[in-house]
Each structure stands twice: as C-alpha cells, then as structure tokens.
Design a protein around this ligand. Structure first.
Ligand SMILES: *Cc1c(COP(=O)(O)O)cnc(C)c1O
Length: 371
C-alpha cells in the first residue's frame, strides 16, 4: 500500500483514539511530575500517599454524587482482578450476567469456573446488540456492563431484583464519561485507563451499604478467600486510604488530576454532554456516507464513549487504520476478536470534540485515496 500523507492542518492535535489505555492529558503528566520528590518514592503507609488516595476517593464520591453510606473501595489489579474478587467475595451462590461482548462475557466466565458457585444464569446478546438482565429470585447478583467496550454498546443503568439482591455494574469504559444515578447500583467498578485517562493496574468501586454488608457476610463464612481477592480486606484498607500491598502511584496521580479537571468543568453532567457530542459527530457522519454505517443498529444502544463504525466490503477498514497510524493517529482498529471491517474510536472525556471532527476529515481524506 502506498503511503498516504495526511496534511498537517487537518490532523488532530492529539492522535490518540484508543479505547484504553487512552489519551492522557499533558496536565496530568505535569501533576505527576510535581509529586517528585514529596510523594513519588515515599512510603505508601504515610500521609503523603494516603492524602493522594483520600483525594481520589473524595473526588470520586463528588463526581458520582454518592448517596449516603456509599464508599469508594480500591485495590490492585484492575477490573479483571475485580471479577475474581467478586467471584470470591461478592457472589453468594449464583449470579445473573447480561453479556453482549467480550468484557461482559469474561465476568460470567470467571463465575462459571468457580466450583463453590452454582452455574451462572447468562442472558446473551449478539455482538452489537444490548442484552439486559431480567428480575429473578434465584440469583444474588445481577451483573452487566455500563458500556461494552468491545462492541460500543451502552446499557441503561437500572436496578434489578429486590432487597438482598445486588446490582453490580462493570463501568470500566463508562465511569467518568457517562452520567448515571448511583442510587440504582450497588457496585460500580472500573479500571482508570479509559475515561479517567490514567494508567491501568488498579480498580476502584463505588459500593452501597448493601454491597458492603454482603462482603462482610461472605467473609464471615468458612469459604476460602485469598487475601488479594478478599473484598473485606479491600474495604478495610480503603477506609484507611491504603491497599493490601503496595500500590503504583502514577495511576493514582493521573486519576487525581483528571478528576480535578472534570469536576472543575462541571462534573459528570458536563463530561456526559461532551462524550455525547463527540460520538454523535461520528454516528452522524457515518450515516451520511455511503461507505460507512454505525455498527450498533439500535440508536439508543449506541455508546457515547466508544463509537464502532462498519465499512462496506469495498473499503478496507484495516487499511484506513494503518494509514491513520502512519500519520500518528493511533488505535482506531476494531476489537481484535470481533473480526469486523470496522473502526472503533474512543470519544472519552479527555478527547477533544474538535479532534474528533479532525479525525473524521482524516478518514474521509484516506478513503478518497485508498486503492
Ligand atoms: C478495559 C475493560 C476491562 C478490563 O480492564 P483491565 O484493567 O484490563 O482489567 C473490563 N471491562 C470493561 C468494560 C473494559 O472496557
């Protein structure tokens, strides 16, 4: 393929459109650098690091307008580790999982592997569609993803079941970019390398009093729970602004600064309007072009933070991604296992809508010049 040189004046200021890790803002990196030498390289059991953890927790509570009694719990390992922790520490006997792509399926798969749990109830949707839970009395958690990152499908946030049953939401690619009512969830967990523009390796969870009580209840049984996967240990440590073992400081610092920025701009409502606007630019453009179509047919289920755009068979989407990459515009490839002729573009909070407009111009420019 011949190299396509995109003119500098139509290129985005920042070329990072990946769905995680995703664009990190310069101000976050400056803030991280400012922690040298007072926080970086100092003990995580002392005030300087604990104050940083506290600041992240307080800002998250503000951002989510956390209802009375809700707590921010954190631990090392990211959302994938949280699934294993939840299998040990949050599911009593059986969970119900709405799955419609790679990430929502992985939590269900983790629960299925656990010999101490009953086989999960799985409500499966085809990739590109939304699967939703249904009320049922024989499960103790209802699990779904706020945003299925592999396909760009977004779910309404609602509570299922009744008292004694928990609604557990994977918010990894949604948190900080989509507005919601925290009173409708018991656990809203995420890694910070998506809308929070931070680094991976850590998980955060907004937890309701009912979720915290469930964790204590399971901890009081004779079930064996490894320390690193015990959510009671995470709750206890989080209340002391600590983690069981040493945390990485960079993700906390990048997260802290991103939270300050989002809150100063107007909080979750502002972030949600911004991501809605950015994603609409892409969906509107795709609808107008004869060679492109939004992958998610149901407009209400189209994600405002991860836009997936299919291309007609005569336009090779992977050639577009490659040409963009050669011009410094990166990570527009589709989710690897989805295998579609598609571009997947993050419209996370950190990504400037003006850069999304420029990206669209660049895609048009490349398509006109493909062989
Ligand atoms: C990225 C992602 C994960 C995995 O996060 P890790 O930090 O890699 O464990 C889980 N769920 C969703 C919805 C995601 O987007």
């Amino acid at each position: 393929m011949a190299h396509i040189e995109i003119p500098a004046e139509i290129r985005p200021v920042d070329g990072r459109f990946g769905c995680g890790p995703s664009k990190v803002r310069d101000e976050q990196v400056s803030f991280l650098a400012s922690l040298q030498p007072t926080v970086l390289g100092t003990s995580h059991r002392q005030a300087s690091v604990k104050n940083l953890v506290n600041s992240v927790q307080e800002q998250l509570r503000d951002l989510f307008r956390a209802p009375e009694g809700y707590e921010i719990v954190l631990g090392n390992g990211g959302a994938t580790s949280f699934w294993d922790a939840a299998v040990h520490s949050l599911i009593k006997e059986k969970g119900q999982f709405a799955t419609c792509g790679e990430f929502s399926s992985k939590f269900a798969a983790a629960a299925k592997k656990a010999p101490w749990l009953a086989d999960p109830a799985v409500i499966k949707g085809e990739p590109g569609t939304l699967a939703q839970n249904v009320d049922a009395s024989d499960v103790d958690i209802f699990a779904y993803a706020h945003n299925e990152t592999s396909t760009g499908v977004m779910s309404p946030i609602r509570r299922y079941g009744k008292d004694g049953q928990l609604t557990v939401v994977d918010a990894t690619s949604a948190a900080g970019g989509i507005d919601f009512d925290a009173a409708n969830v018991d656990v809203y967990y995420f890694s910070p390398q998506k809308n929070f523009a931070s680094d991976g390796g850590i998980w955060f969870a907004l937890m309701s009093p009912a979720a915290i009580a469930r964790i204590a209840e399971i901890d009081g049984t004779d079930r064996y729970i490894p320390d690193t996967l015990n959510l009671q240990t995470a709750v206890n440590n989080s209340r002391l602004q600590q983690t069981l073992n040493t945390p990485a400081i960079a993700p906390l610092a990048l997260m802290d600064e991103q939270l300050r920025w989002i809150l100063s701009q107007g909080g979750l409502e502002w972030a949600s309007e911004r991501t809605k606007h950015s994603s609409q630019l892409l969906y509107t453009w795709a609808a107008e072009r004869s060679f492109a179509t939004p992958f998610v047919a149901d407009a209400d289920a189209r994600s405002q933070v991860v836009a997936t755009i299919d291309f007609n068979a005569d336009v090779d989407a992977s050639a577009i991604s490659k040409a963009l990459r050669a011009n410094g515009i990166v990570d527009t490839e589709p989710y690897r296992k989805l295998g579609r002729n598609q571009l997947r573009i993050a419209t996370f909070t950190a990504i400037d809508p003006a850069d999304v407009e420029k990206l669209i111009a660049c895609i048009d420019y490349v398509v006109e010049r493909l062989d």
